[in-house]
Design a protein around this ligand. Sequence first.
Ligand SMILES: [Zn+2]
Length: 347
Amino acid sequence: MEIESLSSEQRQAWRDRVLPPVQTVSEGVWAIPVPIPNNPLVYTYCYAIAEDSGVALIDPGWDGKEQLEALTAGLSQAGFALKDITGIAVSHYHRDHIGLVPALFQRNPDMWLALQSNDIATLDTFRKQEKGAVTGATGEKTIAEIYGVPAQRRDELAHLDARKRADHFTVPHWPHEFVVLSDNDVLPIRGRKVESLWTPGHTYGHSAFLDAEAGVFFSGDHVLPTITPNIGLDAPSITHSLADYLGSLERMSKLDEDVTVAPAHGFRFRGLQVRAEQIAGHHDERLAEIRARWAEVDDHSVYAIAQGLHWSRGFEGLQNFNLFAALAETAAHMYYLGLPVGEPAIA
Ligand SMILES: [Zn+2]
């Protein structure tokens, strides 16, 4: 079984890694691609939802002048200006989803901003952390030590923390209170019922959004058509992130099978259950690979386990942030299997 693309233009643009046109997803809902600089994802879809007297947004995208211009032009195609934005719901705190929020607030300080409580807590933690502190480090050990990264490669992860935050977890100071989402909360969009669905996994506070009447499921990064979201980068929840993710997938599989899946990246499609099964299958294969590697080698460090797994560009091709993401992903799978993470390497 394959998923069914619902937009040939979006699908082609995703293949070509170029910006697709602004499109109507359903009546009063538009997908506006907002570019991400120097990133293979190329763009995030900002979804604009018309309401009684304005427009609400889901995931405005990366911050920057070019991004604000793309959003402004897209909104104007839908018949709106920036001043018409009444509120913003964000699927999770990563910069390619939340980045533009401060710039939009500056122009319209009365708008609401909705985010799941656990991602609000993560943003608070980032804010409190001293500059240079290593995310997820326990005691005196650094992440590189915990994962058994050889000394000559530790530098890649040492400067990574600052870079990681700069690239992915920039924490602007919000000029506003959040609308705190938990699960099944109705967004304050007038004349339309859009519900939040807590889908922990990619981040602990990830939310998807459902407009049941229109039959549109805004999946954020939880379910994407051709790629799987990274699991394990949310350091405090890494021990349960894969279990959370698989649980969220199973829960979302219960939605109507005809629902239009409107993801943050890629193209919109039908076949949520098919895609959820494919993604769960991917993780099953990963778990089997890790079990086999564990039995095969004496060095059970995360680094040594990850070294023996299949990576699209090979393990040697993974550097800096990509190396860190691969190690975190491996660690998340090891936690899921109940294998000890952070055992000292033998070699
Ligand atoms: Zn994303």
